[in-house]
Ligand binder design. Structure first.
Ligand SMILES: Cc1cc2nc3c(=O)[nH]c(=O)nc-3n(C[C@H](O)[C@H](O)[C@H](O)COP(=O)(O)OP(=O)(O)OC[C@H]3O[C@@H](n4cnc5c(N)ncnc54)[C@H](O)[C@@H]3O)c2cc1C
Length: 347
């Protein structure tokens, strides 16, 4: 059995390990601190469906994997999408329908929301996963498939990875999220590392999740009184460890933007805020590629790793056989020299 070593046990590394084990490889995952640094447990748990069709297919594959882990892990919900680009919205809703999602354009804003001129609205079918359970369930699944998970940090560069005194065996999949550039120095200028942040707030709960591209925030109701709210300035990071410090000013800034829609949010109370480092390719897309015959990079999932990593892991066995994955959609906006583009910057 050919050996595969995966660096990182976040959602990307574990998804990669599961896929490679299913394909008959003998897989060992190396993680510097199990369930400690991964961004998935801090995520909002949205399987984002506001994506171009070519990416949306991977998101739907991820949902299938989550449902196979535990049917109760995923909730199918309707979310309100606000955008200033009606044409784009029509295109995305059309793609949803062709893939069997029950999304629809609205003629005007819902009554519970304060609208602004030149905006369009759609109800989008989307999925919410219980973010706290994703990694433990992926770990269980991997172990059931015979994957060995060891708590050790890996150092080195492509072709010369080692842990302690030992060299990593076989093919290496680098799935180290924001730490990837330290293991693949050639990606230093290709991978943008930044802070992702969210907060739990009490009060001003919307009747459904809202993705507001006009004012740049999302809010997801999680209990009868509480919601998780996020998006924000995404400051760039030199050291991934700086990504865990929360910035309360940014939290209140996001909440203020939401208050333009729902004035009761001025009275909302922040219960907790949390943050983690995220990484993304300069063009707003993940980096899924073979950099040598024996080394694959599977990183840069941005604010959408829960959405894309399990589905995109299916590309890995093909990459090892020299297969080039179908090209991902080009960004609609030019890549930034600094700052972050998102894979779901669709409009
Ligand atoms: C606040 C917030 C909200 C989010 N909301 C969503 C959302 O709603 N929907 C969505 O799809 N995504 C969301 N995300 C993004 C998602 O969480 C990430 O894209 C995803 O978790 C990234 O997974 P990863 O495995 O690529 O990286 P990571 O989770 O960073 O995992 C990398 C792992 O590699 C390990 N590692 C690094 N270097 C080494 C080494 N040298 N040796 C051994 N191990 C190493 C690290 O310890 C870490 O565990 C959110 C993220 C945050 C922070």
């Amino acid at each position: 059995m050919e050996a595969v070593s995966v660096i990182g046990a976040g959602v990307a590394g574990l998804s990669a390990a599961i896929e490679m084990a299913r394909q008959g490889y003998r897989v060992r995952v190396y993680e510097q601190a199990l369930l400690k640094y991964s961004a998935a447990t801090r995520s909002a748990g949205i399987v984002v469906t506001i994506m171009r069709g070519s990416l949306l297919r991977y998101a739907l594959d991820s949902v299938r994997l989550y449902e196979s882990l535990d049917p109760g892990l995923v909730r199918r919900v309707e979310a309100l999408w606000i955008s200033e680009d009606r044409d784009c919205m029509e295109r995305v809703v059309g793609e949803h329908r062709s893939l069997g999602l029950r999304s629809r354009l609205l003629d005007g804003p819902p009554s519970w929301l304060s609208a602004r001129p030149s905006e369009s609205y759609a109800v989008i079918e989307t999925f919410i996963v219980d973010a706290g359970r994703v990694l433990p369930l992926l770990l269980q699944k991997a172990e059931r498939l015979g994957v060995e998970v060891v708590e050790e940090a890996v150092s080195g560069v492509p072709g010369r990875y080692r842990t302690g005194g030992e060299r990593l065996e076989g093919i290496v999949v680098v799935a180290a999220g924001p730490w990837t550039p330290s293991l693949v120095p050639s990606l230093r200028s290709e991978l943008v590392v930044y802070k992702c942040q969210a907060a739990s707030v009490e009060g001003a709960r919307p009747p459904m999740p809202v993705e507001d591209d006009a004012l740049d925030y999302y809010i997801v109701p999680v209990s009868p009184s509480r919601s998780n709210i996020g998006d924000g300035p995404n400051p760039l990071l030199d050291d991934p460890l700086d990504g865990y410090a929360t910035d309360m000013e940014a939290v209140y800034d996001v909440l203020e933007r939401y208050a333009e829609r729902n004035p009761s949010a001025w009275e909302a109370r922040v219960i907790q805020a949390w943050a983690a480092p995220c990484a993304v390719g300069r063009e707003g897309l993940p980096i899924v590629k073979a950099i040598r015959r024996d080394t694959i990079v599977f990183a840069g999932f941005n604010g959408a790793g829960l959405t894309l990593a399990p589905g995109m892991a299916k590309l890995l066995p093909g990459l090892l056989r020299g297969f080039t994955p179908p090209s991902l959609p080009a960004p609609r906006r030019p890549p930034k020299t600094r700052g972050v583009l998102e894979p779901y910057d669709v409009c």
